[in-house]
Design a protein. Structure first.
Length: 283
């Protein structure tokens, strides 16, 4: 939308531009004998894309040509439209391409052995499938559901502890941007736990995709808490926001520990929390 709250002309033309690029992608890749499969993930795979959705493209290549195609990823993307700029690393197996039509394509290259059944693959849109490999992969993936593991919960809680301690350290050093970054990471850690509690695989850490907006899995009360956990650069406000997250952490910690049969160890938790200025009302 524009600043006045209305879609701009460019915004309204995005579906047309997406269709043009997707047609170019499919025409180009389907005619390549070294490509074994093509599918879309992300919002296209989930059938909930909007005007601003990326095109999450996945390309399965014959083993003997994989490295050649990976090295040629940027050149290949130029076949699909007028490139504005690239956003990726030379050594990566993916390329993130921004086109002059404001469309964005995330293209990932795989060998067959790289793809295993996963909850992340239970909603994909298959475009081309040599030997039904992708069909079998999708069938096996749809049988899976997400359950947090003991290791995930253990990593999650120790990162929460680390962010709590680091917020205080950075405030005491007057490194307030650093403290705010840690506060943001703490907030996202609780979003991760909400997803685990609800049975949704959490985003990779640092990714706020679909936390807000129409495609969010969160309840209104959770989104309201996220707003309340915001802070400016004032040290007292940063500590206040940090403190306000503690009750929800305690609740989530109990629930997730119960799920994976992990000892809560309340005395240990209290010792950790007391290393920073935590209100006694939360203990």
């Amino acid at each position: 939308m524009g600043l006045n709250g209305h879609f701009t002309k460019r915004d309204l033309e995005l579906p047309k531009h997406r269709k043009i690029i997707m047609n170019a992608i499919e025409l180009d890749l389907k005619n390549d004998k070294n490509i074994l499969g093509i599918f879309y993930g992300g919002s296209i795979g989930n059938r909930n894309s909007d005007l601003y959705s990326d095109i999450d493209l996945r390309i399965v290549v014959k083993d003997e040509f994989f490295e050649e195609y990976r090295l040629n990823k940027k050149q290949r993307a130029k076949n699909w439209g007028n490139v504005l700029f690239f956003e990726d690393f030379p050594w990566a197996t993916y390329s993130v391409v921004h086109y002059d039509t404001f469309m964005k394509v995330d293209s990932f290259y795989y060998r067959c052995e790289d793809l295993q059944p996963s909850v992340w693959l239970n909603n994909i849109k298959i475009i081309y499938d040599n030997d039904s490999f992708l069909k079998r992969l999708l069938e096996k993936s749809t049988e899976l559901s997400y359950i947090p593991s003991l290791q995930e919960v253990e990593i999650w809680r120790t990162k929460v502890f680390a962010y709590l301690h680091e917020i205080y350290r950075r405030i005491m050093r007057n490194e307030l941007y650093y403290a705010l970054r840690c506060l943001d990471d703490l907030r996202l850690s609780l979003v991760t736990a909400w997803h685990m509690e609800l049975g949704y695989p959490p985003n990779s850490f640092g990714d706020w995709t679909k936390v807000e907006g129409e495609r969010s899995h969160l309840y209104d009360w959770q989104l309201k808490l996220l707003e309340e956990w915001y802070s400016n650069r004032e040290p007292d406000n940063i500590l206040k926001a940090m403190n306000s997250m503690i009750p929800e952490f305690i609740r989530l910690h109990q629930i997730l520990c119960d799920k994976v049969k992990l000892d809560v160890d309340s005395e240990w938790i209290e010792r950790i929390l007391k290393k920073v200025p935590i209100s006694k009302d939360f203990m």
